[in-house]
Design a protein around this ligand. Structure first.
Ligand code: SAH
Length: 353
């Protein structure tokens, strides 16, 4: 039994079942035993991979799209370039390489990273020594135009799950049966927050909420509306939530989220409609499928230019990476790109709905 499982079993015995959100928070961010606090999950022999780790083209095109939004707003200098959950720093490093020839962009950028994992902060510092780190996004200075990218960050935010029962809702919780963690349901209660969902669900349907999303998206949207700027947010999910999207991945395989707490990555779909609502008064463009976004930005031409310098296994890997990022049966449809921007400025290219 993992140390974290013991801690959770004792906590549940003492104070009762916990929400999926509390379970996710403990598993991902427990200071000693959390999944992100103790490791680099993207490294060699890691558990999952992400778009920037698959190909440099992803970060290059994200960088050019964000730099175009900066140019469209009159190239404000200085400005904040922020990234929550930067992983190994690959996305930002590729963005910075691709934007090196955008006049003034690098000189004006103040790089701020938000990262909960000491292991990943170390990996980021090796690639981005000029950055300033923060524990939370609201600690980033709030006095400059605010340009942000986030890839697979919002899907790590804790979710709560509710099953409809008449006009009430039963919350899905993690309880214990002897030495096992088990899923259970609370008694049904009406919930004001979920009243709008009575219109589009039936008895037995599950809906998910993300308690941390409104404050976080509100922080980003508020800064962009007040100070200027733009955000490019990439994640798997869609508009609204339907059904159970809570999942655990370990060693590139889906596993039971309750089996080894702290040893697997836990995620859920991002509700882009909730994100857009919370980001008001900033405007939201998209979400558009990742494949569409990358094609609009010219990934095929970029892929061909890179391919001209490759052969053999490296060329095969490059072709496979292009397909993986864009093909509807791979990441092209499941992942979506949304942009936040001031109502007075155009959205970053590629995100027009
Ligand atoms: N964006 C990277 C990594 C995605 S993994 C990429 O695309 O490769 C999720 C990242 O978010 C990790 O860096 C993880 O440590 C970080 N993270 C998760 N929850 C967080 C939180 N509550 N606060 C800050 N960082 C968090």
């Amino acid at each position: 039994m993992t140390a974290l499982k013991g801690i959770l079993l004792r906590r549940i015995a003492a104070t009762g079942p916990i929400s999926i959100a509390d379970y996710m928070t403990e598993c991902l961010l427990h200071p000693e035993h959390g999944y992100y606090t103790t490791r680099d999950p993207l490294g060699a022999g890691g558990d999952f991979t992400t778009a920037p780790e698959i190909s440099q083209m992803f970060g290059e095109l994200m960088g050019l799209a964000l730099a175009q939004a900066w140019l469209d707003q009159g190239a404000p200098a200085p400005f904040i370039l922020a990234e929550p959950g930067p992983g190994r720093g690959t996305l930002m490093a590729d963005m910075l390489r691709a934007t090196a020839r955008v006049p003034g962009f690098h000189d004006a950028a103040r790089l701020h990273l938000v990262e909960a994992s000491p292991a990943l902060r170390a990996a980021q510092a090796a690639r981005l020594p000029e950055a300033t780190w923060h524990d939370r996004l609201d600690q980033v200075p709030d006095d400059l135009p605010f340009f942000l990218v986030a890839n697979e960050f919002f899907d790590a935010l804790p979710i709560r799950q509710f099953v409809r029962d008449g006009v009430g809702w039963r919350e899905r919780v993690v309880g214990r049966e002897e030495d096992r963690l088990v899923l259970g349901l609370t008694a049904p209660v009406p919930l004001a927050e979920l009243e709008p969902r009575l219109g589009d669900t039936r008895d037995g349907d599950m809906v998910e909420t993300s308690p941390a999303l409104p404050a976080l998206a509100g922080e980003i949207g508020g800064r962009i509306a007040r100070n200027g700027g733009a955000a490019l947010i990439v994640d798997y999910g869609g508009r609204g939530t339907t059904g159970d999207s809570f999942q655990a991945v370990r060693g590139h395989e889906k596993v039971d989220p309750l089996s080894d707490p702290g040893q697997a990555d836990l995620t859920a779909h991002v509700d882009f409609d909730a994100l857009a609502r919370a980001a008001h008064p900033a405007a939201c463009a998209g979400p558009v499928p990742q494949g569409v976004f990358l094609e609009r930005l010219g990934i095929t031409a970029r892929a061909q230019a890179l391919a001209a310098r490759l052969n053999g296994a490296a060329l095969d890997a490059h072709v496979a990476a292009h397909r993986r990022l864009t093909h509807p049966e791979e990441m092209g449809d499941l992942f979506k790109v949304a942009a936040l921007h001031p109502r007075t400025a155009p959205p970053p290219p590629g995100t027009e709905t």
